[in-house]
Design a binder for this molecule. Structure first.
Ligand code: BGC
Length: 756
């Protein structure tokens, strides 16, 4: 605590020095520069107007959390006019946006335009797969494009700021928000986070089709204890620096404009009031120039956490800790002015926050044209544009992971006769859109059946059983069908008469996402029972899974010959799956998160430390379970193809100082072309802080024709070979490393390297 406060003091001193010397800086700065303009504007602002910039109100639409009943708790016309609002969220549509923007621009004293924030998570109207699904593509170009499309559609409806990407690493499949991230690995997560930021923000943030991105939730929200959303987080320094921070640091280095803090306490301090995170690390060590937005009401929730005694103290603690804009706590707009007047919050803290917010507004070009995102014609032209649908289809196909394919049951022949399709999800146009798609239209996905019937008429469909018993909404708890098996008989009869059965099973799209943790991560409801009942009469089953998190499906893995992981693939779901089932697209996705055998193994992840008793041993005294394997069902990085890849010739050579080249030969030994993701893992064998048994440090995705070979090369530098010690200092230590290059985190060729 002492350390934190003393470095905070340094920060504050630094900040005040800056403002004291501002006059001379301004003289040297060009009059066209954003800095100059921001400072000029700041000088004209009253304290009340400054606090107004730090305030964000919910506009319309359903809330994702409780809204306060007291204080200035409502977006009012007067507030906009008085300059009390810096941003609104959940307002969309060019007409609505223009209306609000006009009030502030024309009627407030300084006419500072609003930021319009929105959760554009995996598309706006046209939806890509859920982010966890996209991550399974390991295709950074496609992922960047997907975010680009999302930004084009969102900006066309007036939105200029998205609360994405979520770059929280998570190892807990019970946590519903794993659907929104890139999985369990910090290296892959960093690359994907950067691709998404680039996609949203583009090369020119002032263009009318690029929007500011948000890296969230800073920090450690994905480490909620027992996977229960909003729960306590206790993490050690090594995990914080080496697993949780890297994706945030990577996107900060790539100019992400905003960072959102998080609901959780981390080691006893709520993130929103966490000086260590926001002042020392983010704005201090990493030099983040953008601004921090709180999470929804995370300021006021500090009262429930037992950290702030009331909303006034919540405002004081958050502002001083570096949370620049208050989303839906109404703490700043209600109390910040008085806190400054009483000396509890310094004016330099306010000025720093406002400067950051105004800078983003200038960078977006809002001062040049506040209505640049309000072109109704553009809105009409771009929503659901065919190019966006094509990109969504491409992304959807790339996200599919083939988990099992015994006896090459897949792909199906287009001439295949007598196919049974079973499962409620096959006929669902809503669930495949996944969670977090608040801008989209309900039931706008191409369902499994709609895509399937474009390929064949030789099929019959039986639902078997409902997955849910009441229509699903974003807010309410889902009602899962746990009892009604009245449709089983029809499905069983159909399966009996069929040559092959496709069972479309899994989770509803609203079983993952915010507030959607699960304690059981198997097939929900009566679906496992249905699967086993069908298996009794026909073993020729292709299981098409739809889910927003890793599932524990050991029975299916043991018994079902072919399993296809399709997550929730968004608008183009049915078309993408059909192309894969019938072999028009060869699946090449790889799991971004470990699939457990049972929920009791969770958190299970590939990059764990060794214990002192790794085993296996004949007696019980080693690190294991008596009733379950220590192995996952499917490891991180795993995924099959309709073709086969063979690895040979692993070569490791020292190149320039502290640079090592690793190469491997990969050959397509099958009969059709396919894409492979070659993965490079290292293990630092002895270090001053123990290192994981394996760490991903490189991957390459490429296509090979049948019989074709390719030498795949990687370069390892200090950035890959080093780690953060427990003082948060990046170090590279001399010593020996194991290297593995292969097709997933468990299978590959092994070698060694040493650094002197
Ligand atoms: C979520 C954020 C989201 C915000 C605004 C919160 O409940 O945690 O990720 O951006 O709501 O909708």
């Amino acid at each position: 605590m002492k350390n934190i406060s003393s470095s905070f003091l340094k920060y504050i001193l630094g900040a005040s020095c800056f403002f004291i010397s501002f006059g001379s800086v301004a003289q040297k700065t060009s009059k066209d520069s954003i800095d100059y303009k921001v400072n000029l504007l700041l000088q004209k602002m009253t304290l009340e107007e400054k606090v107004g910039q730090m305030n964000q109100y919910n506009g319309f639409w359903e809330v994702t959390g409780p809204a306060p009943k007291e204080g200035n708790a409502k977006l009012k016309y007067e507030h906009l006019k008085m300059g009390w609002v810096g941003s609104v969220l959940n307002v969309k549509g060019t007409e609505n946006v223009r209306k609000l923007q006009e009030i502030v621009v024309k009627e407030s004293r300084l006419g500072i335009p609003l930021l319009f924030g929105f959760d554009v998570i995996h598309g706006h109207k046209t939806l890509s797969p859920i982010p966890l699904g996209e991550a399974a593509s390991w295709d950074l170009v496609a992922i960047e494009k997907s975010a680009r499309v999302a930004a084009i559609e969102a900006s066309a409806v007036g939105i200029n700021w998205t609360f994405a990407p979520m770059v929280d690493i998570s190892r807990d499949a019970r946590w519903g928000r794993v659907m929104e991230g890139a999985g369990e690995d910090p290296y892959l997560g960093s690359k994907i986070g950067v691709a998404r930021v680039k996609g949203f923000q583009g090369d020119d943030l002032s263009a009318n089709n690029t929007i500011a991105a948000t890296a969230k939730h800073f920090a450690a929200y994905g480490f909620a204890e027992s996977g229960k959303d909003y729960n306590t987080v206790d993490v050690g320094t090594s995990t914080l620096y080496n697993i949780i921070f890297p994706p945030f640091k990577a996107v900060v280095e790539n100019d992400v404009k905003t960072v959102m803090n998080s609901f959780n306490v981390i080691n006893g301090i709520p993130s929103t009031a966490n000086k260590f995170l926001q002042r020392d690390i983010l704005k201090g060590k990493w030099g983040f120039k953008g601004f921090v937005i709180s999470d929804w009401g995370s300021g006021m929730e500090m009262v429930d956490h037992g950290f702030a005694k009331d909303l006034t103290e919540a405002a004081e603690l958050s502002a001083n800790a570096g949370s620049d804009m208050d989303m839906e706590s109404y703490a700043y707009i209600t109390h910040l002015k008085a806190l400054v007047e009483s000396g509890k919050v310094r004016m330099s803290v306010i000025d720093d926050a406002v400067k950051r917010i105004l800078t983003v507004k200038f960078e977006l070009g809002l001062f040049d044209d506040p209505y640049k995102y309000c072109d109704a014609k553009r809105e009409k032209e771009l929503i659901y544009h065919p190019d966006h649908q094509a990109a969504a289809l491409d992304m959807a196909k790339k996200s599919i992971v083939l988990l099992k394919n015994s006896n090459d049951l897949l792909p199906l022949k287009k001439s295949q006769k007598k196919i049974a399709v079973i499962g409620a999800l096959a006929n669902d146009k809503n669930s495949p859109l996944g969670s977090w798609r608040i801008g989209s239209d309900d039931s706008s996905a191409v369902s499994f059946l709609e895509g399937f019937k474009k390929y064949t008429t030789n099929y019959k469909y039986a639902k078997g059983a409902d997955l849910i018993t009441e229509p699903a909404t974003f807010i309410n708890e889902l009602k899962i069908n746990e009892t009604d098996i009245s449709g089983f008989n029809e499905a069983i009869q159909l399966a009996k008469q069929s040559e092959v059965v496709i069972m479309v099973l899994g989770e509803h799209g609203f079983q993952s996402g915010e507030g959607r943790s699960r304690a059981k991560i198997d097939l929900p409801g009566v679906q496992q029972q249905l699967l086993e009942a069908i298996y009794k009469v026909n073993k020729n089953i292709v299981l098409v899974l739809m889910n927003g998190r890793p599932l524990a499906i050991p029975w299916a893995d043991k018994n079902i010959p072919a399993i296809l992981e399709t997550w929730q693939l968004g608008s183009q779901t049915g078309n993408a799956i059909a192309q894969v089932l019938f072999g028009d697209y060869n699946p090449g996705g790889k799991l971004p998160m470990t699939f457990p055998k049972s929920v009791g193994q969770v958190p299970i992840y590939y990059n764990h430390y060794s214990t002192g008793r790794p085993g296996p041993k004949p007696e019980v005294f080693w690190s294991h379970y008596g009733d379950e394997s220590t192995k996952p069902l499917y490891p991180f990085g795993y995924g099959l193809s309709y073709t086969k890849f063979e690895y040979s010739n692993l070569t490791i050579t020292a190149a320039e100082q502290a640079t090592i080249k690793v190469s491997v030969m990969v050959k397509n030994t099958g009969k059709i072309a396919g894409e492979e993701v070659t993965q490079l893992y290292i293990h630092d064998k002895v270090a001053s802080v123990v290192r994981p048994i394996k760490e991903l440090k490189g991957f390459k995705k490429f296509m090979l024709n049948p019989g074709e070979s390719k030498v795949v090369e990687f370069v390892l530098t200090e950035a890959e070979l080093g780690f953060y010690n427990n003082e948060g200092v990046f170090t590279v230590e001399a010593g020996d490393f194991d290297v593995m290059v292969g097709t997933n985190s468990e299978q590959g060729l092994s070698g060694k390297l040493s650094i002197k």
